[in-house]
Each structure stands twice: as structure tokens, then as C-alpha cells.
Design a protein around this ligand. Structure first.
Ligand code: 13P
Ligand code: ZN
Length: 272
């Protein structure tokens, strides 16, 4: 059997969390990632399931998420420490068939457990899997300029999306479905989990005003690339705030959507 610590899953999460830390997005224990791993990949590392302990979820997992394996960052753990000690800072769990318990197969040594944002993660996995069975990653982080931009604009996803699209030509191409926006809410709760998952039905990106952002994707690269593009655009917006004389004309956004055959979020740009 191969050592799961040396798996591509652990190395992908270790590398991206170090990268995100160096972007300045993940102060202290800020940010969390969950990575759905197919059973055929799990079997390369574990001949059969052997559980270290059970962890109560505190909510009921959607049936689509049950009997599935997730590599999840630990609550209170620092992104900067994952690469040097993945076994302490990450855990591999299987959601049981009744949707109430996580069985721990690997990691969380020293008594850890899943991120406090696991309700938002698992509920988002459920909604994204229903839209795209290939979805594998939910990523949450605290990118500085995205948070600044959310603080400067009303909590309106039409306005937020339009502002991003009109600031950077890549924006509409990378996230034509737009960005879901939630107001400031109490984090770590089932309620914010449900609200995030509701937005995930139609968006791969959801911002939490005054807190951070969620990205979803088929891979770590897709989830990170979405967030990175929002953050780059938010940097441009915040640095030009009240100074910009050139914003992207609607015709260019429509032209990009036509060129790339994109289905744009309705209500953002009026087709003339
Ligand atoms: P955790 O340490 O529980 O993952 O929480 C970090 C965070 O970003 C809360 O939103
Ligand atoms: Zn957070």
C-alpha cells in the first residue's frame, strides 16, 4: 500500500495552502479547504476502511455527500504549517451512511477535527455535485482586497459582479456565471453553510462580506484560479477607486462572452 502522506492529494493541499499563506490571505488559522477523493483513489492507500475515531458532524449531510471521502483542513490549524506537518493539520474522513458522523481514516493527530466551516463546505459540495458531478474542491480564504471591495460596495451580487467585469477583461471570461454575495453573517454555523450552498447552486464563487470568499472547482487549480482572479480584479478596483476614467465598456464584455461562447449571469450587462 502507498503512503497517503505522499499522495498527490496531500501534496496539492500542502502546496496551495503555502502559496495562499504567502499571498497574505490566510493569517493565523484563516482559510480552509475540503477535497473530495474518489474511492478508487482511496484504495491505492487504504486496502479497507479502518477508523481512528468518529467525529459528530452536528448537522445532517446531504445524501449525495454520504459514504464519500474528504481530505479536510483542521480547525484552528495554520495554512503555513500544513506542508511541514500534514498529519497534524489535515484529516481524511468518510461521511457515514446516515449523514451524522465523520469517520477519521488518517490525520488530525493530537486531537484535531474538521474546520469549523465544515457545514458550508459539505453543503457546498452537495450543491456543486448536483450541478457538476466532477466537482471536487471547496476552498475558503480571506483575500485582502476582495474583503476591502465587499466593504466598499452595497451587498448586491449584481453590482459586485458588474464592478468586477468592468474592471478586468479576464473577469467575465473566468466567471461568466457571476459571484454570489452574502451579507456579513456569523461564521462557522449551519445557517451560513445553508446560505453559501444556496448561492453555490448557480455560482462557483461566493463572497462573505467582511470575511472572505469561497471557490469551488473540479480541481485545486480551478478553485484557486477563480479566487485569484477575483482578488486580482479587486486589487485593480481598490487601487483605482474614484480615479478610474477607463472602465471596460459593455460592448467589450458582450464581445468577450460571444468570443468565448459564455453564458453570462443575467441582469448584469444590458444587451443593446
Ligand atoms: P477554522 O480554523 O475552523 O478552519 O476557521 C478558519 C476560518 O477561516 C473561519 O472562517
Ligand atoms: Zn474564514
Amino acid at each position: 500500500m502507498k503512503d497517503f502522506k505522499k499522495s498527490r492529494f496531500v501534496s496539492e493541499v500542502s502546496d496551495i495552502t503555502m502559496n495562499m499563506y504567502h499571498q497574505g490571505w490566510d493569517e493565523r488559522n484563516g482559510g480552509n479547504i475540503s477535497y473530495l477523493i474518489d474511492e478508487e483513489d482511496i484504495r491505492k492507500y487504504f486496502r479497507k476502511d479502518k477508523y481512528i475515531k468518529d467525529i459528530e458532524l452536528g448537522f445532517t449531510a446531504d445524501p449525495i455527500c454520504r459514504n464519500k471521502y474528504y481530505l479536510v483542513t483542521g480547525t484552528g490549524k495554520y495554512f503555513k504549517n500544513i506542508k511541514k506537518d500534514p498529519l497534524t493539520n489535515l484529516g481524511l474522513i468518510k461521511i457515514d451512511s446516515n449523514g451524522h458522523t465523520a469517520h477519521l481514516l488518517w490525520g488530525y493527530i493530537g486531537g484535531g477535527k474538521m474546520t469549523s466551516e465544515f457545514p458550508a463546505h459539505l453543503m457546498s459540495h452537495a450543491e456543486r455535485l448536483k450541478v457538476n458531478p466532477k466537482n471536487r474542491v471547496i476552498m475558503h480564504t480571506h483575500p485582502t482586497y476582495t474583503i476591502c471591495m465587499g466593504a466598499c460596495l452595497p451587498t448586491d451580487e449584481i453590482l459586485f459582479t458588474r464592478t468586477l467585469w468592468k474592471t478586468n477583461t479576464e473577469a467575465v471570461v473566468v466567471f461568466p456565471e457571476g459571484v454570489g454575495v452574502l451579507p456579513c453573517m456569523i461564521c462557522g454555523t449551519e445557517e451560513i453553510g445553508r446560505a453559501t450552498a444556496e448561492k453555490m447552486k448557480s455560482h462557483r464563487l461566493v463572497t462573505w462580506t467582511n470575511h472572505g470568499i469561497y471557490g469551488a472547482g473540479e480541481s485545486i487549480d480551478e478553485a484557486f484560479g477563480l479566487i485569484e482572479t477575483v482578488e486580482k480584479t479587486a486589487i485593480i478596483y481598490m487601487l483605482t477607486l474614484d480615479h478610474a476614467v477607463n472602465v471596460i465598456p459593455d460592448e467589450v464584455i458582450i464581445g468577450l462572452a460571444k468570443l468565448w461562447n459564455l453564458k453570462m449571469m443575467p441582469g448584469i450587462i444590458e444587451e443593446k
